[in-house]
Design a protein around this ligand. Structure first.
Ligand SMILES: [Zn+2]
Length: 381
């Protein structure tokens, strides 16, 4: 926790808090020093001193709540989203004086400007910002921040654990973009081990000698070291591609009419969210059928066809069969119609390049205290 946060916990604006900290003032010293000393020796205006001293009489907000609130709101006013300035204050939606409520749901991040507007009671009704408006704005803003964070993480290829890399398709795309095979910190080692051939493909002949080749996937048939390095190599190659190709967020598209249209065929997209799958029986062999990941929402049925031989680990295989939160990158191959359990859907056929567990997720649901008002629409079977 930063030093200024001790003031912020009491509802003091962050820019004031910063200036107090730079003047070596702590919460305790601010409380104990007389108004005159604060005014004369620390050059703080008297109105400000009075306001802050009132704040410091409160019970401070717990630091984990402060941190969570500020992070979820990107340290930015939920009403103007920072357009009126970058400083902020933690506001009590039901005023502290009457509620003494320091719980997350009673707090909002506002800029000093909007905070003043909120507290201007008795003014004309048209200017007044209601509690309901603040609650609604906070909820919307937090969702937007969450989405942006997850988007940024996805576009940077921040992935917790890789489960699947379709190596030939990544390689093909790489050649298309760079006119060369991928180079990574492991490429020469993989070449000397005979795991990669001179064109950058996974060497099919080297695994012939391997006992376990029919038991696991292409990646794992190269043994723990080969598999680990291959994964790192192709992930690195894919991250290089992310710098060149813009993958759009499928989630954002689904709120638009554009998702109904064919112009998206050929587009690169990513998705972060819960996906359904069927369990895969092991060992994976050449006969193991193509499987899929999917979800449906509103009119859409989104499906990624998955060739199990490009699952990179046993834990990746084990994750199939139940709903899991994934980050998945692919290319839209076709758009058509699909009937599923008596309902017609617009069907998206997406070919995956890579998927795994996301570092940042989008809950697609507001925090717990809003759940009663929320009708989920992310339904699987
Ligand atoms: Zn504001």
């Amino acid at each position: 926790m930063k030093k200024e946060d001790t003031f912020i916990q009491y509802g003091v604006p962050n820019d004031w808090a910063k200036s107090y900290v730079s003047k070596q003032l702590s919460v305790t010293s601010f409380r104990n020093l007389s108004n005159k000393i604060l005014q004369d020796s620390f050059s703080i205006p008297i109105d400000q001193i009075k306001f802050v001293k009132r704040c410091l009489k409160r019970t401070p907000i717990e630091d984990n709540i402060v941190n969570q609130l500020l992070e979820n709101n990107n340290y930015t006013c939920c009403l103007c989203k920072g357009t009126k300035g970058t400083s902020f204050i933690i506001h009590h939606i039901n005023h502290y004086s009457t509620s003494q409520n320091n719980n997350y749901e009673n707090l909002a991040v506002l800029c000093p400007n909007d905070h003043d507007l909120v507290h201007k009671e008795g003014n004309s009704l048209t200017l007044k910002i209601t509690k309901e408006q603040i609650i609604k704005s906070k909820r919307k803003w937090e969702k937007e921040v969450e989405t942006r964070n997850a988007q940024a993480a996805s576009q940077n290829g921040e992935i917790e654990e890789v489960d699947f890399i379709n190596a030939p398709r990544v390689l093909e795309l790489y050649y298309q973009i760079y006119q060369d095979k991928p180079h990574s910190e492991y490429s020469s080692k993989l070449l000397s081990l005979g795991v990669l051939d001179s064109a950058g493909s996974i060497n099919q002949s080297s695994k012939e000698e391997n006992d376990i080749r029919n038991h696991l996937t292409d990646f794992n048939s190269h043994g723990p070291v080969g598999s680990w390095m291959l994964r790192a190599h192709f992930l690195d190659a894919f991250k290089q591609l992310l710098n060149k190709i813009s993958f759009v967020d499928l989630d954002g598209l689904m709120n638009r009419k554009s998702l109904y249209s064919n112009i998206l065929i050929g587009s690169y997209c990513f998705y972060v969210g819960g996906l359904y799958s069927k369990a895969i029986s092991i060992p994976i062999t050449e006969q193991t059928p193509i499987t899929h990941l999917y979800f449906h929402r509103k009119d859409f049925f989104i499906e990624w066809l998955v060739d199990p031989k490009w699952l990179v680990s046993t834990s990746a295989i084990a994750r199939f069969g139940e709903k899991k939160e994934y980050l998945i990158y692919g290319r839209i191959r076709g758009i058509g119609k699909k009937s599923w359990k008596g309902k017609d859907y617009i069907h998206y056929d997406i070919r995956p390049y890579l998927f795994g567990l996301p570092t940042k997720t989008k809950s697609r649901r507001p925090p717990i205290h809003y759940i009663d008002k929320w009708n989920g629409f992310d339904v699987g079977d």
